[in-house]
Design a protein around this ligand. Sequence first.
Ligand SMILES: Cc1ncc(COP(=O)(O)O)c(C=O)c1O
Length: 405
Amino acid sequence: MKEKDNPSWKIDTRCVHAGEGTDPQTKAVRRPIHMANSYELPTDVEELVKTLSWEHLDKFNYTREHNPTARHLEERLAELEGGEDCVVAASGMGAIAATLFALLNAGDHIVCSEICYTGTQKLVSAHLTRFGVDATMVDTSDLNDVKAAIRPNTKVVFVETPGNPIVVISDIAAIAKIAHSVGALLVVDSTWSGLVTQHPFSLGADLVIHSTTKYINGHGDALGGAVIGPKAVLAEIRERGIVHLGACISPFNAWLILRGSATLPIRMARHSENAQKVAEFLQAHPKVRSVRYPGLKSFPEHDLSARQMSAPSGMMTFNLKAELMEHFAFIEQLKLVTHAVSLGHDQSLIFYLPTVFFFSDMVVMNDAQKEKYTRLMGDGIFRFSVGIEDADDIIEDLDQALAGV
Ligand SMILES: Cc1ncc(COP(=O)(O)O)c(C=O)c1O
């Protein structure tokens, strides 16, 4: 019988085998997709009670509670991230919302990275506050700001690192100590690390979140999210955040994400390698104003990222020595790189974010925060998700588009 897991296996082996095994019923070498929303129930009362409770994760009654294919993905992600258990959701935002709704009550306080995915930024600063949760958005790359924000009623410190969209790196180990000093849980959104380049549990995080839509799936075809951590906390998140809020994953999407995850370490190595070459090309180009990429020595948190991450991943930002509208002219010239939101796909994706649009529509920030980030962003930035194509082809495409600006 094929082994499903072996603690001595390295991450590349685990991405292929963790939680997989042979299907016990048919001996198929891959587990099937269970596209059913309901399951026949036992009539034995004791068994029925177990089946109807969502604590027995090997018994199924309704797919909003859990589903065999989704459970298969949960087993794999718990194993890969090194946590006790995992709960998957319909999207990254589904996982983040489920986690925060489960952990916070009116009167509690949350400290959150001010540079984080725009959905999280708005959820925390504009929506949780409607339910009596106090929120302080801070620059989590500055430990003094994190310390100053902490209160006796802080229950959650939420850190996104690397942070979307600007690429900001926060010190997970140091923030874990600050959070734990008041008994708060440290939740890390590790999406931009692609899981294999960063291990937040080994640095003291309590829960780790991924938008599996991005690197873990890697093929741009399914939405999903995951939260990984201790069993008891995840049981609360499953009940309060998934079963009762309803953002459960489709079994088909869970299966696509499982399929994508098998090649994650190979893809992440290629994303990092390509992004390093692209960042160096852009930095040396006379028409480029600035580049932010953790693999560059000029990046402000280069040393921290080298310590905290095994590779700098595939995300960067840059802008041109050009007027705002010329940035769109540059995008129009691109022939290989696609103008699209999202990131972590096999193909290279670029998105231009004008600073005025970022501040007016996407985030809630005070004047001091806006001033600080305007200094970093200028009129705007390209958020560039470097794909796994040949680096020379990506660079050639950028070069010809830059020549046309
Ligand atoms: C860091 C991060 N977290 C969460 C999300 C939200 O993920 P989803 O689009 O799957 O809801 C994103 C989306 O870009 C992201 O970049």
